[in-house]
Structure formats: structure tokens, C-alpha cells
Design a protein around this ligand. Sequence first.
Ligand SMILES: NC(=O)c1ccc[n+]([C@@H]2O[C@H](COP(=O)([O-])OP(=O)(O)OC[C@H]3O[C@@H](n4cnc5c(N)ncnc54)[C@H](OP(=O)(O)O)[C@@H]3O)[C@@H](O)[C@H]2O)c1
Length: 375
Amino acid sequence: MFATSSLLRTVSRQFSTSATTMSIKAKVLVYAQHGQPESVLKCISHELPSSPQGSDVLVQTIASPVNPSDINQIQGVYPSKPDKTTAFGTSEPVAPCGNEGLFKVLAVGNKVTSLKAGDWCIPSNVNFGTWRSHALTDESSLLKISKTITEEQAATISVNPSSAYQMLTMFEDLKPGDWFIQNGGNSQVGRAAIQIGKKLGLQSISIVRNRDNLQELVDELTALGATKVITEEDNASREFGKTIAEWTKGSPIKLALNCVGGENCSNMARKLGKDATLVSYGAMSMKPVMIPTQLFIFKNLTAKGFWITANVTRVPGSKENTLKAVQKMMEDGDLVDVKVTHVPVSADGSEEEVFKAFETALTNSKQGKQLVRFT
Ligand SMILES: NC(=O)c1ccc[n+]([C@@H]2O[C@H](COP(=O)([O-])OP(=O)(O)OC[C@H]3O[C@@H](n4cnc5c(N)ncnc54)[C@H](OP(=O)(O)O)[C@@H]3O)[C@@H](O)[C@H]2O)c1
């Protein structure tokens, strides 16, 4: 938990600006050293010119989510890291937090061709530092997003639904009617995979953690398009395998998506048919992936990893193609709004207010997806 005031270490910096230049006081969440977010984060402010020059674009953040990878990045246990910089006016280099978010263009320089004031855009790359109120950046680091989807969808389009789409389409040549299985079925990736799978005509089994209101969750995921939803206990039971065989009527399950690891993953892998692929993309249980050796020998199982950051570089054009496909599904209502908790804050708010919003979002990040919304 974040202890409020003692950890509210905000730094405000004013830069000299010419008397005639209007400026905006931007706030940004940064860290100088890796560690737990509650110990190392601070909010600093810096001045940005309100009239960008050349290919620069001035944006205001509309919304920015807290993703597990953002937290891992701050902790220093994530392979991709933003560069540290003194550009925000700090004496020691700091790194900005957040990888995903939606921005509104406030103004553009005279050489900008792809964006205009009022447009929506998202970062074209990771490590942008989206936990901030405003940014001044080169046009090339932004991608325009059409306003045909909701703010929540646009702010969270590039990580979770894009990962679900790529994992369902880039590992196995799945045809309508084919089955896939996944754990973390209630995660944002899992919910996206359920819906995208349905749109692609696939049948799915989603493994979720048991809970008091399990039926509520089963109904919710079924309404999204899940063919079957089972608990981790079902997944662990040998007897339950017969029920699954009845559901699939002998069709092999060709793909498994793993974001949990440990026993959950081993048991899920046992459900796969011959020549199937297990794709690991997360480690929510913090336990290693353990695959029974006989699955490799007798079922010719392939086990691979997936990281969207690397995948979009490895497969040129895949980011753009994926965004296009996912956005179309959102526009058509096949991929509904992500379930998020809004944490509102004014873009003109103080450093303390902006810090507090992200502090709240981080504290509650295990209770569902948190979206800090700048008003
Ligand atoms: N490799 C990539 O490119 C990539 C891309 C996107 C996401 N990811 C990873 O995918 C995972 C999910 O991300 P997200 O944003 O969708 O997460 P999220 O919406 O925050 O959901 C996290 C999910 O993990 C489950 N969970 C947490 N601890 C668990 C445990 N000990 N055992 C089993 N399940 C557990 C939660 O279950 P409950 O519903 O029961 O609380 C929840 O459904 C994360 O590990 C993230 O880093 C990876």
C-alpha cells in the first residue's frame, strides 16, 4: 500500500521562458532508481511551449492504464526500459513511467502532416512514458487513432487486445470450429482472446480462479463469447478431462495461452492435442512453466514465448495490421469496452493531484484494470 503523505515526493521545476512564449505546465511520473513503485515514484512538473515547432506535436493525455508490465518496469524486472533523461529538468537522470495511453493533439508544428489539433493518437513505440499530463514529441512517435472507438478502447488497444489477436493468429493456423484453451481467462488479455476468438469462429476454454461469485464471472465471460469457463480446480482434476473430451468431441485443442505458469500451466498443457502449441506470455503466479516431458515426446508439443514488444519488431507491419484488425472488431461491436476503473484527475492539476491519481491506480491495480483519466 502507498502511505500517502510521506511518500508524496513531488518536485516542481520552473524553466525560464521568454515573456512572449505561452507555456503549459506538464506533470510526469518518473523514477530515478528501480524499486517498488511506492518507494521510488515521484511526480515532477516541467514547462512545455504551447506552440510546437517543425515536426513537434503537443499532446494532452486523455487516459493511461496501469499494466502489470508498467509495474515490472519500475521494479527493474522487465527487459525493456525507458532511457533516463534530465530533459524534465531534474539534476539526476530519471525515467518516465507508463507504456500505453491515449492522447489528444493540442497543437502541431508547421512540418507535421499526419496529425492536427483535436486528433487522437497513441505512442508508436513502448517506453514513451504515458503517465503524464502532456508531452511534446516528434510526429514519428505518435500514431493517429480514429474516434470510432471509445476512449477506454483506444487507451488500451496496443497491449492487451493486440497481444490476444497476435497470439491467436500468428502461432497456429486455427480454422473456424477449432479449440484453444487459456488460463488467466478473466484478465484483460483473456477477455480480449475470448472475444477475438469468437469473432474468428474459434471455440475456447478459459481457466479462471475460483471465487464466491464464480457463476457471475462464468456468465459474464460466456456473454463475451467464451465457449466454456472452468476453474483451476477443474483444470487440475484428471476426472474433468473426460468432460472436456465430451465438449470437444475428440477435436484436438491446438493452442494454449499461458499467463499464469506453475501447476496451472502444466495441467493446461495436458489438455492439448498432438502437434499443438503452448504460448507463454505472462507469469502471474510467479512460478516457472513446467511441462511434462512426455508431452514433448509423445504429443510433439511446441512451447514458445510471446512478447508483443519484440513481436511487432520481428514481424514488420504487424503492429499496424493488428491495430487495424482490432479497431475494426471494436467498431463492429465484436470487442466490447474493457472493464476498467476510472481514476479521474485534472490535466491542470497539481503535481500532488497527479501523483495521487497514479498512487490510487497502482494501489488498486490488483482489483481490476485501472485507467487514469485526465479531464
Ligand atoms: N508478453 C506480452 O506481450 C504481454 C502482453 C500483454 C500482457 N501480458 C501479461 O499478461 C498478463 C495479464 O495482463 P493483463 O493486463 O491482462 O492483466 P489483468 O487484467 O491485470 O489481469 C491479471 C489476471 O491475472 C490473474 N492472476 C493474478 N494472480 C494470479 C495467480 N497467482 N494465479 C492465477 N491467476 C492470477 C487475475 O485473476 P483474477 O481475475 O482471479 O483476479 C487476473 O485475471 C500479465 O502477466 C501481463 O504482464 C504480456
